[in-house]
Write a protein that binds this ligand. Structure first.
Ligand code: CO
Length: 182
């Protein structure tokens, strides 16, 4: 089922999520709904808090180059990472990348992150997993685990860029409300 995405500045996005204890059917439904919601919105990663569930769950599904049509990227479900209670255990290097977020649609900005991360997490069956990631995938891990701690990528912006963003975002939300009222 496609769920509604929580949009900034909804205060739930500031809350810390809690660990999952039971790896049961309810968890699997949340994961399936997160995937459907992410794909429907054209995202490559999603944290449970973004559909209003304060649990330590993230999914990541980075696109790949289509071999038939290299100008298009495709998302393959086999590449889907489902991570329960993920923890970044080490970071290394520096990498900058233009990020966006399904909770802040239409806003993208270059953010400085670590280039490499090591992550520990559980899969949907409660099996412990670990992974080393770099570049775009490392960025995705850092972005998504930050959501679980109640943080958003715009917090990495410089003071002036953040101020500009807040101003533009307020205006955008206001314009949207105007639209709906017509
Ligand atoms: Co996000």
């Amino acid at each position: 089922m496609i769920r509604d995405i929580v949009i900034y500045p909804n205060p739930i996005l500031r809350k810390k999520s809690e660990d999952v204890i039971k790896f049961d059917k309810e968890l699997h439904t949340i994961l399936d709904d997160m995937y459907e919601t992410m794909v429907a919105d054209g995202g490559v990663g999603l944290a449970a808090v973004q559909i209003g569930i304060l649990k330590n769950i993230v999914i990541i599904n980075l696109p790949e180059e289509d071999k038939e049509k290299p100008e298009y990227d495709i998302q393959i479900k086999e590449n889907l990472i489902e991570a329960i209670n993920p923890i970044i255990t080490s970071i290394d290097g520096e990498y900058s990348f233009v990020e966006g977020c399904l909770s802040i649609p239409g806003f993208n900005e270059e953010i400085e992150r670590a280039k490499k991360v090591t992550v520990e997490y559980f899969d949907r069956y409660g099996e412990k997993q670990n992974m080393e990631a770099e570049d775009f995938l490392a960025v995705a891990w850092q972005h998504e685990t930050e959501h679980l701690n109640g943080h958003l990528f715009v917090e990495h912006l410089s003071y002036l860029k953040r101020k500009k963003f807040e101003k533009e975002w307020k205006k955008k939300l206001k314009d949207k409300r105007k639209h709906y009222n017509l």
